[in-house]
Design a protein around this ligand. Structure first.
Ligand code: SF4
Length: 279
């Protein structure tokens, strides 16, 4: 089978930095002494590898032993997490991606400048939960939100978006906001260019192939978005590991395309390519 790879795919610099920060912290403080408040990234294989190297990813802020080092994940955390960690005497190693930090700073600045902040994002995603902590009463809007109910009249609103959303989706939501009678609407572009590049490359490839495989965590927001975009172009499968592949997925197909989310390591991509090429 012929296999084509998306020109931009896999690990982004934010995820690479987070993994390196976690590994360096374990090397410096010792096995079992660094505790993350949940999986460092949305990829089971990488999470297991970090666990095997001695990183505890099952931490709870209220119960972490104060002798341990608290690792904050690439998705970031709200200010209360930093404050509570300080109260409990925990030292912090911060692996928040710089682009997530930029979104947090934008939210704080919009609030300070008198805007009512609106965030386009998934209210259950850890990045969104963290970012909205930087201003009071942030309204979170996702595709299921009833705008009439969620957004009453405010004189000035300031909009940011979850870093991993696609520009098209964000533009759609913003258009629905702009038809409402707010006096002033300020938009801060908080989208991640790494993600946008992967989305453009995936869409272009999906137009050329018979079937697309999107590799990455089933809970990874940016991987789910890649799969959604590819589905619009051709038959698409979102797989976490090679074990989920079934040969019926490529029956009658001669060219397969592969892309991968920002938290998918290269080894998973190359194992999958080898497997498909052997068919
Ligand atoms: S996808 Fe973008 S925002 Fe998210 S960790 Fe990677 S570089 Fe940072």
């Amino acid at each position: 089978m012929k296999v084509l790879l998306a020109s931009s795919r896999g690990f982004c610099f934010g995820v690479e930095d987070a993994i390196e920060t976690a590994q360096a912290a374990v090397r410096e403080h010792g096995v079992g002494n660094v505790v993350a408040l949940g999986p460092v990234i949305h990829n089971k294989e990488v999470v297991h590898k970090l666990e095997a190297e001695g990183l505890d990813q099952s931490g709870d802020l209220e119960t972490v032993d104060p002798d341990k080092i608290l690792l904050l994940r690439s998705h970031g955390a709200p200010p209360e997490t930093y404050a509570r960690a300080e109260e409990r005497g925990l030292s912090i190693v911060d692996a928040t991606c710089v682009l997530v930090k930029r979104a947090q700073d934008s939210v704080r600045k919009l609030h300070e400048d008198g805007y009512r902040v609106v965030m386009i994002g998934d209210p259950n995603h850890p990045e969104v939960k963290g970012v909205i902590g930087y201003a009071p009463n942030v309204t979170v809007i996702d595709h299921e939100t009833d705008l009439d109910e969620a957004l009453p009249y405010f004189e000035r609103i300031g909009i940011v978006a979850q870093t991993t959303h696609s520009p098209e989706y964000v533009a759609d939501v913003i258009s629905s906001i702009l038809v409402r009678p707010f006096r002033e609407v300020k938009i801060v572009n908080t989208l991640c260019l790494e993600v946008t590049r992967r989305q453009e490359a995936a869409t272009a490839l999906a137009r050329e192939v018979d079937v697309m495989f999107v590799l990455g965590g089933l809970h990874s927001a940016n991987t789910k978005e890649l799969a959604r975009l590819c589905e619009d172009e051709c038959e698409t499968y979102h797989l976490e590991t090679l074990s989920q592949f079934d040969s019926s997925m490529v029956t009658g197909k001669s060219v397969a395309g592969i892309t991968a989310g920002a938290s998918t390591p290269e080894w998973i991509i190359s194992d999958f390519v080898k497997h498909l090429e052997a068919i």
